[in-house]
Design a protein around this ligand. Structure first.
Ligand SMILES: NC(=O)c1ccc[n+]([C@@H]2O[C@H](COP(=O)([O-])OP(=O)(O)OC[C@H]3O[C@@H](n4cnc5c(N)ncnc54)[C@H](O)[C@@H]3O)[C@@H](O)[C@H]2O)c1
Ligand SMILES: O=P(O)(O)OC[C@H](O)CO
Length: 341
């Protein structure tokens, strides 16, 4: 389904050649962009460029041969008008030190990441703005129900791009669309970005339920109450409630909670089966963002006075103070009085 690169194609850089960075490079190239992909390891850059494969992260997927992969960051950034960033959230700040100074003065920077920084509680777009000194109109975030391997197989998928500038959001959404991947746009950066962070935490809870062996009632209850929790949290930070019932909220919550491809769901399953947090972390070959975001999200919730019973219970399972079988869509320590929905 690869399309021709027309003259005047957008020149884009993708930073991070893991599952999502490589998949997004394919999405952009299949949409007609001229794509340079930065891989941390030279051998991975060489595999992508020479064979059109990223066999570790995307087994069986043929990548567009037009993608140029390099481990030299400066080379990848030199003529990029749009820069898409897809490294683990906790590694973003460290990687940006190398980006600063090589970014074109008018380049738009797009976060593809779904975590908050553990030490600061900052969203990824906030870290981008702070470290790179970018004004908000040059920053966008892309999110949605986007399991990498499904997108890489070209299964029809939608996403949403948010920027405080509608013009920037539309530019990025247009570049990140092709025959199998459609990007919508909005201007609610806070809601779009927190949707992607929070659904990971609820997906860990659903994984725990799966691991314990409970059924559909428990999962539907946690999904529904989880969405209420996500919405209350995001709205407290200025998001629109409707964003959380869109692609970046409910849409991604469904995909991540239901799929065995999800690393967050997988981490939850292992916890539910009785593995300890350290064992789960050691067994994960790819990034499960939810594990690092639990604590900063709860700290942010505390600051704004938002109750997050499900996320709190996930944190308790992670630190071993709650038995996985005791997880519920409410605190089991609540009073017996009925709760308002
Ligand atoms: N995989 C998906 O399905 C998917 C979909 C949508 C969004 N995301 C988000 O994209 C982001 C990246 O996820 P991913 O799935 O590509 O992760 P991944 O673990 O598959 O790959 C991460 C990549 O970042 C690189 N990297 C650069 N600096 C690093 C450092 N200091 N430490 C560790 N790795 C470093 C790694 O080499 C690797 O290529 C996450 O925030 C994730 O939530 C992932
Ligand atoms: O594999 P996960 O759990 O990081 O989820 C991947 C994407 O965020 C799904 O949209």
């Amino acid at each position: 389904m690869t399309e021709q690169n027309p003259a005047g194609a957008a020149k884009v850089a993708v930073l991070g050649a893991g599952s999502w960075g490589t998949t997004f490079a394919k999405v952009l190239a299949d949409g007609g962009a001229d794509v340079a992909l930065w891989a941390r390891r030279p051998e991975l850059a060489s595999e992508i460029s020479s064979s059109g494969r990223n066999s570790h992260y995307l087994p069986g997927i043929n990548l567009p041969r037009s993608i140029r992969a390099h481990s030299d960051l400066e080379r990848v950034l030199s003529d990029a008008d749009q820069v898409y960033v897809s490294v683990p959230s906790q590694a973003l700040r460290g990687n940006l030190d190398k980006v600063r100074g090589h970014l074109r003065p008018d380049a738009v920077v797009v976060s593809l990441m779904k975590g908050v920084e553990r030490d600061t509680g900052l969203r990824m777009s906030e870290v981008l703005g702070q470290v790179l000194g970018l004004e908000a109109s040059r920053i966008a975030v892309a999110s949605g129900p986007n399991l990498a391997l499904e997108v890489a197989k070209e299964w029809p998928t939608a996403a949403v791009v948010a920027s405080t500038s509608a013009e920037t959001a539309q530019l990025v959404a247009k570049t990140a669309s092709n025959s199998y991947f459609r990007s919508f746009y909005n201007t609610d950066v806070v809601g779009t970005e927190f949707g992607g962070v929070l659904k990971n935490l609820i997906a860990v809870a659903i994984g725990i339920v799966d691991g314990v062996g409970y059924g559909e009632n428990t999962k539907a209850s946690i999904l529904t109450r989880g969405l209420a929790e996500m919405t209350a949290f995001a709205v407290a930070f200025g998001a629109k409630a409707t964003t959380l019932s869109g692609l970046a909220g409910l849409g991604d919550l469904i995909a991540t909670s239901e799929s065995p491809l999800s690393r967050n769901n997988m981490a939850g399953r292992l916890l539910g089966q009785g593995y300890a947090f350290d064992e789960v972390v050691a067994s994960m070959e790819q990034t499960a963002e939810g594990l690092a975001s639990v604590r900063p999200v709860l700290e942010l919730a505390r600051e704004r006075g938002v109750d997050m019973p499900i996320v709190t219970q996930v944190a308790q399972v992670l630190d071993g103070t709650l038995e996985p079988k005791d997880i519920a869509p409410h605190f089991t320590t609540d009073s017996d009085l009925p709760l308002g929905e």
